[in-house]
Design a protein around this ligand. Structure first.
Ligand code: HEM
Length: 336
């Protein structure tokens, strides 16, 4: 009876949860009160296993929310009839640690089957990744639904290149109602994690087709990067995005001021007048950075497509496929 009641409450909540204004803190407090603790515990385990995986999971929020809203579309595996986002230009050979989300989902399905969406898992896990590496902690708004499809082309068209300059990035973020301040603060996510040589070869050897390196790179740092990424390097070799890549702090901004930003899209924030002031401010005042970062994450987390959705049972597949797969397995078992 109790479980049935929970089920009914859940259905009612889901029916009313499709627009961002319906997102709210404590969304699962009746239907899955342990949800946030479960997510955090899996993230703690991931931190012990591989510290970088927290950065990799945190990046999901950006790659999910910018492409048709925060709906976990980027977690869907390709199917014969759908080319998903995992192999999109910015994601292929780059997004990683999908298995951490699988682990969270499995734990949540055990505790409260069919209740917590993968889109909300991304939002909670990103928040925890920041807090567990030394950054701020904040209350997240929940109640998102998972998409029924994914779109590789949209991801290709939307997600910015590491070559992007500040004015391209300002225009992109503006489309999502995110300000110049949000752009700079959210770029501070590169305080944790790594990037591939692939993402910086052009700025080391041929910035804007000049045949020369990006003049904004500090000379000593350029030597380090040349050593890490020589012209004949395996471009999957990785370097730190800032000098303290497992600690979420304002070192990223100090590095930018010193000309030691890893990506062109990072360094351009200090070169460009409209963004430079925020970089300077955050390099001196970590509290201001943390405050602006939380605001930016909340705003980005509110992006919604308004399309119909569901709570996926497995974050990699839509429920129709998941259920038909299970039915097949069940029938095979019976015929054996
Ligand atoms: C402003 C535009 C942005 C651009 C152009 C950009 C681009 C990139 C690139 C090129 C990488 C390295 C990928 C690789 O070489 O494989 C990266 C890594 C990363 N990005 Fe961004 N990014 C941006 C904004 C963001 C935002 C808003 C977030 C999150 C809020 C984010 C979180 C991360 C994290 C945590 C990593 C490290 C991931 C890891 O170690 O696996 N980025 N980004």
């Amino acid at each position: 009876m109790f479980l049935f009641l929970i089920f009914i409450i859940n259905i009612l909540l889901l029916l009313t949860s499709s627009s961002s204004s319906d997102l709210r803190p404590g969304f699962y407090s009746y239907t899955c009160p342990q949800a946030e603790t479960i997510v955090k515990n899996v993230m703690k385990k991931a931190l012990l296993r591989e510290p970088r995986s927290l950065a990799s999971v945190m990046r999901f929020q950006f790659h999910d929310c910018f492409v048709n809203g925060c709906d976990a579309s980027m977690l869907l595996d390709d199917t014969p009839s759908m080319i998903g986002e995992k192999l999109a230009l910015s994601n292929i050979n780059s997004l990683r640690s999908y298995e951490v989300i699988d682990e969270v989902k499995e734990a949540l399905e055990k505790a409260c089957p069919g209740v917590v969406s993968c889109a909300d898992i991304i939002i909670m896990a990103s928040r925890d990744a920041v807090a567990l590496t030394g950054g701020p902690e904040w209350e997240v708004r929940l109640g998102r639904l998972d998409s029924l499809t994914a779109n590789q082309e949209d991801s290709n068209n939307i997600m910015p290149s590491p070559r992007a300059n500040a004015s391209t990035l300002i225009n992109l973020f503006k489309k999502y109602n995110l300000s110049v301040k949000d752009l700079v603060a959210l770029s501070g996510s590169h305080s944790i994690g790594k990037g591939r040589c692939f993402s910086i070869m052009f700025r080391l050897y041929n910035q804007s087709g000049s045949g020369k390196p990006d003049p904004a790179i500090d000379l000593g740092f350029r030597k380090e990067l040349n050593k890490l990424c020589p012209l004949d390097v395996d471009q999957n070799v990785t370097g730190k995005l800032d000098s303290t890549p497992v600690v979420f702090d304002n070192q990223y901004f100090k590095d930018l001021v010193a000309g030691r930003g890893f990506l062109n899209s990072d360094q351009t924030l200090f070169t460009f007048p409209k963004t430079r002031g925020f970089v300077s401010l955050y390099s001196k005042d970590q509290t201001e950075f943390f405050k602006a970062f939380v605001e930016g994450m909340l705003k980005m987390g509110d992006l919604q497509s308004g399309r119909p959705g569901e709570v996926r049972r497995n974050c990699r597949v839509v429920n129709a496929h998941f259920l038909s797969q299970h039915k097949k397995m069940h029938n095979n078992d019976k015929s054996m």
